[in-house]
Design a protein around this ligand. Structure first.
Ligand SMILES: Cc1cc2nc3c(=O)[nH]c(=O)nc-3n(C[C@H](O)[C@H](O)[C@H](O)COP(=O)(O)O)c2cc1C
Length: 199
C-alpha cells in the first residue's frame, strides 16, 4: 500500500478521551480551525460555526454534561460522564454548530421539491461532519489528540443555551489537547468485509 504523510496521519489518528494538563498553542488552534473550514460543503455554504471554549465556560460545560448524565440510564449516563471528564481534562474544546444557512438556501432554490428541507439538513450535517473530520486529522498531524463527542446530542438544548447559540443545530463537541497516554488502536473491519466492486 502507498504511504505518505497524509496517509500516516489518517492511520495514526485515534480518539483520545483523557488529556494531559499541558496547554495548546494558539497557532495550533487556528491551524485546526482553518483545516476544518477547508472541508467540502454542499453548495460551498460552509454553514458551520466553530466555538472555541476554554477556562470557566469549559468547566461549566463539563459540569452541565456531568449533571445531565444523572438523568439518563445506562449506557447514556456512562458516556456522558466520560464526555464530561474529557471536556474537563482537555485545555480546549471546540463546539460545532450548523447555522441552517444551507437549509434556507436549499428550500428557496428548490421550491416545490418534496422534503427538500430534509435533504438540505442532511447535506448540512454531512458538510459539518467533513469539517469535524478535517479538525481531527489536523490535530493529529500537529501531534495533538482529540475525540468527537456525539453523545452530547442527547442534551442539545441545554448545550446551545450554554454556548449562547439561539439559532441552528448542535453538531459536535471536540476536546483537543495532548494525550495523557497513547490510545490503543481499535479493531477496524478488513476491507473485504466492507467493499464490493461492480464493473
Ligand atoms: C459521529 C461520532 C460520534 C462519536 N461520539 C463519541 C462519544 O460520544 N464519546 C466517545 O467517547 N467517542 C465518540 N466517538 C468516537 C468513536 O468512539 C471512535 O471514533 C471509535 O471508537 C473508533 O476509534 P478511533 O477514532 O480511535 O478510530 C464518536 C465518533 C463519531 C464519528
Amino acid at each position: 500500500m502507498k504511504s505518505n504523510e497524509t496517509m500516516r496521519t489518517i492511520e495514526a489518528r485515534r480518539s483520545t478521551r483523557t488529556f494531559a494538563s499541558r496547554d495548546i498553542h494558539e497557532d495550533d488552534i487556528i491551524s485546526i480551525l482553518k483545516a476544518a473550514n477547508q472541508a467540502p460543503s454542499a453548495h460551498n455554504k460552509q454553514s458551520w460555526r466553530f466555538i472555541v471554549i476554554r477556562g470557566a465556560r469549559k468547566q461549566a460545560l463539563a459540569s452541565l454534561v456531568s449533571e445531565r448524565a444523572g438523568q439518563f440510564g445506562k449506557p447514556s449516563s456512562t458516556l456522558l460522564r466520560m464526555a464530561a471528564r474529557s471536556i474537563s481534562s482537555a485545555p480546549v474544546v471546540v463546539a460545532v454548530v450548523n447555522t441552517g444557512e444551507l437549509v434556507k438556501h436549499g428550500t428557496r432554490s428548490f421550491e416545490g421539491v418534496a422534503d427538500i428541507s430534509g435533504l438540505f439538513r442532511t447535506m448540512e450535517i454531512q458538510s459539518s461532519a467533513a469539517a469535524v473530520q478535517n479538525m481531527l486529522l489536523a490535530a493529529a498531524s500537529l501531534g495533538l489528540a482529540s475525540v468527537w463527542l456525539g453523545i452530547l446530542c442527547l442534551i442539545t438544548e441545554d448545550l446551545l443555551m450554554l454556548l449562547g447559540v439561539h439559532e441552528g443545530e448542535f453538531m459536535a463537541v471536540v476536546p483537543i489537547g495532548y494525550a495523557q497516554r497513547k490510545s490503543a488502536a481499535p479493531r477496524k473491519k478488513p476491507l473485504e468485509n466492507i467493499v464490493s466492486y461492480l464493473s
